[in-house]
Write a protein that binds this ligand. Sequence first.
Ligand SMILES: Nc1ncnc2c1ncn2[C@@H]1O[C@H](COP(=O)(O)OP(=O)(O)O)[C@@H](O)[C@H]1O
Ligand SMILES: [Mg+2]
Length: 227
Amino acid sequence: MDTKIISCAGEKGGCGKTTMNIILATNLSKSYGKKVVLIDMDDPQYSVFKKRERDLQRVSLGKRDDLELYPVVRSNVGTLDQWIRKYYGIVDYIIIDFPGNLNEEMVQGLLYIEHLFIPFFLDELEIDSTAMFYKTLEANFLNNEDRVLRSLNPFFNRYELVKANKFKAVRNTFERAGMPIMEEVVMDRTVYRERYRNTLYPIPEGKENSEMGIKKFIERVLKISKG
Ligand SMILES: Nc1ncnc2c1ncn2[C@@H]1O[C@H](COP(=O)(O)OP(=O)(O)O)[C@@H](O)[C@H]1O
Ligand SMILES: [Mg+2]
């Protein structure tokens, strides 16, 4: 199996990395039929792992066995290599959720990622740090001959139509600086933080099919990672 290693990551906390990694993992697995493993590197909080436990507690015992769940595993930088070896070649997607603060040690983990999606929550301060993060990765990984990193994809998370002009201005600035932002956006919506941020159940069929729906984003991720 041609395994892809992907992650929504960035060096800022609170921009939606965990939310998007969960939504991607659950929907790639449940709606697109992919074999997925989600690696939670958020040591020691392990927010994804705990979310899986909470999600499971809402399901009655008898029904848990029928769920066909993708694994959520806890890892730190030291054990990441073992987990990747364990699943490489037997799943379609290894998705890694990194913690909010990427210290130097954690950056080692980024070396495994093939397609990186950088959520970008519009706010003055983050423009600089996202640009810095992008440029550092581009210089160190993307331009390297034996690179693993094959694509670097910033995207707008928590997009708001009322701020369309602001987003557009940022998009143009990034474009001019050689950092194209994905056309697909993820809207700022309560369902993404509540109902759809679920490690068991995908977004119901028939939902999210509009131009601004999150399925456009998920399908774009599929396309990009297919190479
Ligand atoms: N598209 C979205 N719409 C609404 N709320 C969101 C969205 N993305 C993230 N959030 C919320 O923003 C907060 C931070 O998200 P989280 O995924 O935990 O970020 P990170 O992992 O980058 O620290 C959470 O409360 C989450 O539910
Ligand atoms: Mg997180």
